[in-house]
Design a protein around this ligand. Structure first.
Ligand SMILES: N[C@H](CCC[C@H](N)C(=O)O)C(=O)O
Length: 284
């Protein structure tokens, strides 16, 4: 089976994109395909698979599958690449349009000349802050801000934020010392998060600037996580390290994202979207 694909990335967080406006895949093929294409040795190499597809409720639809075949409900870097693709291929004609995700609809705005979109701004909507909606175990429905959270004998302080997908944020003095490889794989599967969780460590530089590293649910360490960057800025503001209604520069391994938790409650994300390769995946 030959599957046409486009490999795109947001700050090095790459996915293999399949355009279902032009190609058909069966539901039961999606998870195994995500694992196969992601394999750097026997596949193409990526953090997962993203489908660009028709939508009844938005101008275009997106589904995202992590490297392990699990389906995520949202993907910030993926949204920017889907927006780039949809505009460049003429799936949409306006520079602003809606994208359906499993977490709801978002609005994207593409920047750049008509045949090469370089940057995209996405209105990611409201963050979800109540414990039960993250989801996280616990009796009350309060926010989870600087809550003590012990794991592997490390006394940590957790702030939990969902952007339609769950994020556990921990602030550290120096991002270089963040215990990402030791604690990322442990926390992502911690039973206190019934659906698992994306794990982020953040160093505050100023109210306008943070450093960020991530262990993603279903993909492990990635170069960048768009929803994670949004969650990290929301968490920084909830902890008093940054302010609403102004852009915060998030330094991720693969580059910078500009994030603003506006006074209307919506989180705005602006950053690059790039095409790396176009081809056919031979799936036997
Ligand atoms: N691993 C995430 C999905 C991808 C999110 C990330 N790549 C982004 O850019 O937001 C999850 O299972 O919730």
């Amino acid at each position: 089976m030959k599957i046409p694909f486009t490999k795109m990335h947001g700050l090095g967080n790459s996915y293999i994109y399949v355009d279902l406006f032009a190609f058909h895949l069966e539901e039961q093929q999606l998870a195994p395909l995500a694992m196969e294409v992601s394999d750097v040795n026997t596949g193409i190499g990526s953090d997962g698979l993203i489908l660009i597809q028709p939508s009844r409720v938005a101008d275009v639809g997106m589904r995202i599958f992590n490297k392990d075949g699990s389906e995520g409900k949202n993907c910030g870097n993926g949204l920017r690449c889907v927006a780039k693709y949809a505009y460049e291929k003429g799936i949409v004609e306006n520079r602003s349009f809606t994208i359906e995700t499993k977490a709801g609809n978002v609005t994207a705005h593409v920047h750049g000349d008509s045949d090469t979109i370089t940057e995209v701004t996405v209105d990611m909507g409201n963050p979800i802050l109540n414990r039960n909606a993250i989801p996280m175990q616990g009796s009350n429905d309060e926010q989870v801000v600087a809550e003590s959270f012990e794991v592997s004998h490390h006394p940590l302080e957790l702030t939990a934020v969902s952007m339609g997908n769950p994020h556990a944020i921990f602030f550290v003095e120096d991002i270089k010392d963040a215990p990402l490889l030791e604690l990322g794989p442990v926390i992502t599967n911690d039973q206190r998060f019934p659906e698992g969780v994306n794990v982020e460590f953040v160093e505050i530089v100023s109210e306008h600037e943070i450093h960020f590293r991530v262990w993603e649910r279903g993909s492990g360490v990635t170069q960048a996580c768009g929803t994670g960057a949004c969650a990290a800025v929301v968490a920084s503001i909830l902890n008093g390290y940054a302010k609403r209604n102004q852009f915060v520069c998030v330094h991720l391994s693969g580059g910078d994202l500009m994030i603003n938790w506006a006074n209307d409650g919506h989180v705005w994300m602006k950053g690059k979207a790039e095409t790396a390769a176009i081809g056919e995946f031979i799936w036997s």
